[in-house]
Design a protein around this ligand. Structure first.
Ligand code: PEP
Length: 250
């Protein structure tokens, strides 16, 4: 059975007091991890250690980014070994904001995943097409090429990787993919994973939907056969809306 996951990506939001207040709200809501259902949060790095120390087991905590190098002269960067050493268990790789704003290409992403796996971190690998790519009917080939880098990993390694399908045109725009659009892409991703890794590994890989997912659309999206939860941005910044989304996980 694959895990059902709701993950909150806080991005570069919330000052220390606001972050602490949201974190306390989440702790009080006993989000629970059971029966293959998981809740993850990805706060900014400066809050990670404190939050991990105060965690009551309601959720797992991950980092929004990781550098591929173990240590050294990489000013401003944080490595997988450092994240592991503070008890971090997940990392996001390939988010469209990292790909576009920070020019992260396939080689960089591959190195990041390699390093994360080497230090025992689980990875959410994000993929997604732009609006133009969709209009030009290149959305599937785009996803196919983004998934192709995963070929480098073994069947054992792929167990630590989940996928987030995040159409770029839906991220932070309020324009969610329709259930049909999302279902079509999730089915496609499942098939691609099957080609790359075989049926068993494909069946066991969680595929999350991301892109303006909210309490008003999560229920219908999460009912789609190959949607195993969501990667949530804006709606993860409010404990009530985040919790409502989690409750739609079946
Ligand atoms: C994201 O950044 O991963 C995301 C899905 O953001 P939002 O939910 O705000 O569209």
């Amino acid at each position: 059975m694959r895990n059902k996951i709701v993950a909150g990506n806080w991005k570069m939001n919330l000052d220390a007091d606001e972050a602490e207040s949201l974190y306390r709200d989440l702790l009080n809501k006993s989000l629970g991890q059971s029966d293959g259902k998981m809740t993850l949060i990805f706060p900014p790095n400066i809050y990670l250690k404190d939050f991990i120390e105060k965690n009551n087991g309601s959720f797992e905590i991950g980092a929004q980014n990781v550098n591929a190098q173990k240590n050294g002269a990489y000013t401003g960067e944080v490595s997988a070994s450092q994240l592991k050493s503070i008890g971090c268990s997940w990392v996001l790789v390939g988010h469209s904001e990292r790909r576009t704003l920070f020019n992260e290409d396939d080689k960089v992403l591959l190195d990041k995943i390699n390093s994360a796996l080497e230090y025992g971190l689980n990875v959410i690998y994000c993929c997604g097409e732009s609006l133009n790519e969709r209009k030009e009917l290149r959305h599937k080939s785009k996803i196919q090429s983004q998934l192709a880098i995963l070929k480098a990993f073994s069947l054992e390694q792929i167990k630590s990787i989940s996928i987030a399908y995040e159409p770029i045109w839906a991220i932070g725009t309020g324009k969610t993919a329709s259930p049909d659009q999302a279902a079509e892409m999730h089915d496609f991703i499942r098939e691609e994973l099957k080609i790359l890794f075989g049926s068993e590994a494909s069946d066991q890989t969680s595929i999350l939907y991301g892109g303006s997912c909210s309490p008003s659309n999560a229920e219908v999206l999460f009912k789609c056969h190959n949607i195993d939860g969501g990667l949530i941005g804006g709606a993860a910044l409010n404990a009530d809306s985040f919790r409502s989304i989690i409750e739609f996980l079946k």
